[in-house]
Design a protein around this ligand. Structure first.
Ligand code: AMP
Length: 339
């Protein structure tokens, strides 16, 4: 779990001549939807279960560092739902209850192809007009995740953590269509962009993932340095200006509900990076982060909503990362192939 520490590199000269050491908090701040989801899949349905991008992210990332969730809920939001986050040690100081407000609501339906879903209803509720006021603790986090929500809100929160050392952002087709300019500005303020592959194509107008990534890396005056393309049941690809890496999803016989898989992946990926924030962000570290994100996401889809990850243990994650390594390793053939 998280801890405070004194980073000697963060010292600044005091007026009197000595040094002032800024105390940084080893934690992750996340802003995004905190929701009630009504979901139908071929394997059952749930009405108004706990969901939301920030919630799925926070539960997954809580295995690596302390997580602070920023976002509003309505008067209808229950204590049992808050307890799910509390039980994972998630800091909910900045979960603001809006008097008279209604919690963000999403209704979705999946067919046999669990890679595609139909959104039947989205009600922003308390997110409309929400102005985030972050506590000192949330502003002191080293790592920030801007989960899927209105990009103006993502930028507002980004501005409140100007010294964060790693910032990642997720978004979706709705915001690419409805608020593209603001989203592009938000992406430029981040180190890492995490999007579905179809959304990367939609954002850039490029058919190939590599071309889409190259386009984003060329943005001026600022661009992210890491792009993750989520590919549903096919896994995820990681692209930097110098490298490429890809992992399949963890193979499962039983998939019940993919809702939140992307945010759970992001929680594992960003959480792993946060736990190694003192290290250089090498390709090796990014690949390990991909493996942890992939393992976490695979648990998420085994049951509805947050049900599986809320009852997960660290050793289960470690075991799955090991299995994933076995599934994806091979040695290059020494056989010389003819012309
Ligand atoms: P994922 O399956 O990882 O894409 O995320 C699903 C979660 O995103 C659900 O729990 C929803 O509550 C949430 N969600 C759906 N639509 C939106 C939206 N327009 N803005 C923010 N969150 C959303």
């Amino acid at each position: 779990m998280g801890h405070s520490f004194c980073d000697p590199t963060a010292r600044t000269r005091a007026r009197g001549g000595g040094w002032i050491y800024k105390v940084r908090t080893m934690s992750i701040t996340v802003v995004g939807s905190i929701a009630y989801d009504t979901v139908t899949t071929p394997f059952g349905e749930r009405d108004r279960m706990l969901g939301g991008a920030a919630v799925h992210f926070a539960l997954a990332a809580s295995f690596f560092e302390e997580v602070r969730v920023v976002g509003p809920v309505g008067e209808d939001f229950g204590e049992p739902e808050l307890d799910v986050m509390r039980h994972r040690g998630v800091d909910i100081t900045d979960v603001e209850r809006i008097p008279g407000g209604k919690t963000f609501f999403w209704r979705g339906k999946y067919g046999w192809d669990l890679n595609s879903r139909e959104t039947l209803d989205t009600q922003l509720g308390v997110f409309e007009g929400f102005q985030p006021k972050l506590s000192e603790g949330s502003r002191a986090s080293e790592v920030l995740f801007l989960a899927n929500i209105q990009p103006d809100l993502q930028r507002d929160v980004r501005a409140q953590l100007p010294e964060a050392r790693f910032v990642a952002l997720d978004s979706m087709n709705l915001w690419i269509e409805a608020a593209r300019d603001s989203l592009v500005k938000a992406i430029a303020l981040c180190d890492c962009l995490i999007l579905n592959d179809s959304e990367l194509r939609q954002l850039t107008g490029k058919a190939s993932l590599l071309a889409a990534a190259r386009e984003i890396f060329s943005w001026q005056p600022a661009a992210p340095r890491v792009i993750v393309a989520k590919q549903g049941e096919y896994g995820a690809a990681l692209i930097t200006p110098e490298s490429f890496f890809s992992l399949p999803a963890f193979p499962l016989e039983t998939v019940v509900d993919p809702t939140g898989a992307g945010d759970t992946f992001a929680g594992g990926f960003v959480g792993y990076i946060a736990a190694h924030i003192e290290e250089e962000l090498t390709d090796d570290l990014l690949r390990q982060a991909m493996a942890h994100g992939t393992a976490l996401a695979s648990f998420n889809v085994e049951q509805f909503g947050t049900e599986r990850v809320a009852h997960l243990s660290g050793p289960e994650i470690v075991a799955r990362v090991r299995q994933l390594r076995e599934f994806t390793q091979f040695s290059a053939s020494a056989l010389p192939l003819g012309e």
